[in-house]
Design a protein around this ligand. Structure first.
Ligand SMILES: *[C@@H]1O[C@H](CO)[C@@H](O)[C@H](O)[C@H]1NC(C)=O
Ligand SMILES: *[C@@H]1O[C@H](CO)[C@@H](O)[C@H](O)[C@H]1NC(C)=O
Length: 248
């Protein structure tokens, strides 16, 4: 190439880099509307993203799923009907990155989707403070807690809209609802009664006998956090590419 040709080449490369949209990176597997196994293709494509979803994608400003930070929670005392107040803080959930997508359904191409996610094992850790009475027994404790939720299942509904940005049409998730149910779980509060094992075990088993009371407060936090992350992750990816690129 002589100098002039080289200069023209560079100029064109630069201009097209500025004007055109980004190329699809290797980690995004694109599915075609004409694919007879489209649902399976999308499912595979989401599963292929899992390692990146776990750690996050710093270049895209996407945070990882491991752990999910849930913040604080007050399990209201009156709800238990036992004059017991439990609050938890710095709650973190591990294991959300090991989800599996099932029953992916395309209700309307590039617009409405439903699918299930299976969450085989969520491991929750945090700190708690408990204070109150059960019958005549004063119960007090503060320390770490951990819990396992197994065989979780989430019902996901996703709605997207098309948006014009700089003359290009993009897909954007406008709504993403997740409804989670867990089959089983177990929680363990450490350091109850200043670490008295016998009393601690009694209260822990009483709490686990009423596991639903605890989980019905915690699960909505997990649902909200997961849907927020999935939605923002999706949109941070979708905004970089056009509808035509992602939904050919
Ligand atoms: C409580 O958990 C924190 C964070 O995981 C840990 O650093 C700390 O040592 C734990 N405290 C006790 C008393 O086990
Ligand atoms: C949660 O599961 C882990 C193993 O994955 C286990 O080590 C831990 O004891 C379990 N915790 C509770 C509270 O059952």
């Amino acid at each position: 190439m002589n100098d002039i040709k080289f200069l023209i080449f560079i100029t064109f490369t630069l201009i097209s880099a500025v004007c055109s949209v980004e190329e699809i990176p290797d980690f995004l597997q694109i599915c075609h509307e004409s694919d007879p196994k489209l649902s399976q293709c999308v499912t595979n494509s989401i599963h292929a993203l899992k390692p990146l979803l776990k750690t996050g994608i710093p270049d895209y400003d996407i945070i990882g799923l491991e752990p999910l930070e849930l913040g604080d929670l007050l399990v209201a005392g009156s709800k238990t009907g036992q004059g017991l107040s439990i609050s938890a803080k710095d709650i973190k959930v591990y294991g959300a990155g090991n989800f599996f997508v099932k029953n992916f359904k395309i209700i309307e191409y590039a617009s409405k989707y439903t699918f299930d996610i299976e969450l085989p094992h969520l491991w929750v850790v945090g700190q708690y403070i408990m204070d109150g009475r059960v019958l005549f027994l004063p119960i007090k404790g503060a320390g770490n807690f951990s819990g396992n939720f197994t065989q979780g299942k989430g019902d996901v509904r996703l709605k997207g809209i098309q948006k014009e940005v700089n003359g290009q049409t993009h897909f954007m998730v406008s709504k993403l609802d997740i409804k989670i149910t867990v089959q089983r779980g177990k929680i363990e509060l450490e350091n109850l009664f200043g670490g008295d094992k016998t009393l601690g075990d009694i209260i822990n088993s009483a709490i686990n006998d009423n596991f639903e009371t605890f989980s019905q407060d915690l699960i909505p936090l997990i649902e909200k956090s997961l849907s927020r992350i999935f939605k923002s992750t999706g949109n941070k990816i979708f905004k970089r590419f056009t509808l035509a690129q992602l939904f050919p």
